[in-house]
Design a binder for this molecule. Structure first.
Ligand code: PNS
Length: 169
């Protein structure tokens, strides 16, 4: 049983993330989507909201599990006996950052392997930070996220209290 972990903040899940998860689900027995619990990073969605959106968006694939983790990724993957870490690459900047990370992981624990998967070219413009920026500035995000994520964000926008909070972000 070959397991792969696809880690990230997923704040929120984008069409780019979904494409990587879908392709990985055909290549590995189990895809574990790991949502990083990072209390210091200001987030748009709660961990629970992010996990739920990933679950509803990937349940049709049949071999995707969603977990949260708050220790070092390399330690989590080793402890849980997950075979590979999977990272999506959109461009040279991702490659440079992820190569250094993968090499750091290898130095830290030589048993842990990182794999890279190039993003589908038509989705390489997408990032969670652009989605957040569009969201906070009342932009259209239909080309970035699926309908469930869109509905979730729109329901948040309708909430006057949230709107006041978002303005200060
Ligand atoms: O950009 P994101 O989505 O917030 O990425 C989160 C994550 C967990 C994928 C990223 O921070 C990462 O790859 N961390 C690896 C941390 C680690 O295990 N380091 C070991 C020594 S380099």
């Amino acid at each position: 049983m070959i397991k792969v972990m696809y880690p990230g903040s997923f704040d929120p899940l984008t069409l780019g993330h979904e494409d990587i998860i879908k392709r990985a689900s055909k290549m590995f027995d189990v895809v574990i989507v790991g949502v990083l619990k990072n209390e210091t990073k200001k987030s748009l969605l709660t961990i629970e909201e992010r996990m739920e959106l990933i679950e509803v968006s990937t349940e049709h694939l049949g071999n995707v599990e969603v977990v949260t983790f708050d220790e070092l990724l390399v330690d989590y993957v080793f402890e849980k006996k997950i075979n590979f870490i999977l990272k999506g690459l959109r461009n040279n900047k991702d490659f440079e950052e992820e190569l250094v990370m993968a090499q750091g992981i290898k130095v830290y624990n030589k048993e842990v392997e990182t794999l890279f998967m190039p993003t589908k070219p038509s989705l390489s413009y997408i990032s969670s930070s652009i989605v957040k920026s569009l969201f906070y500035n009342k932009g259209t995000i239909d080309n970035y996220v699926n309908i469930d994520v869109l509905k979730k964000l729109e329901s948040r926008r309708k909430n006057e209290k949230d709107r006041a909070v978002f303005k200060n972000n």
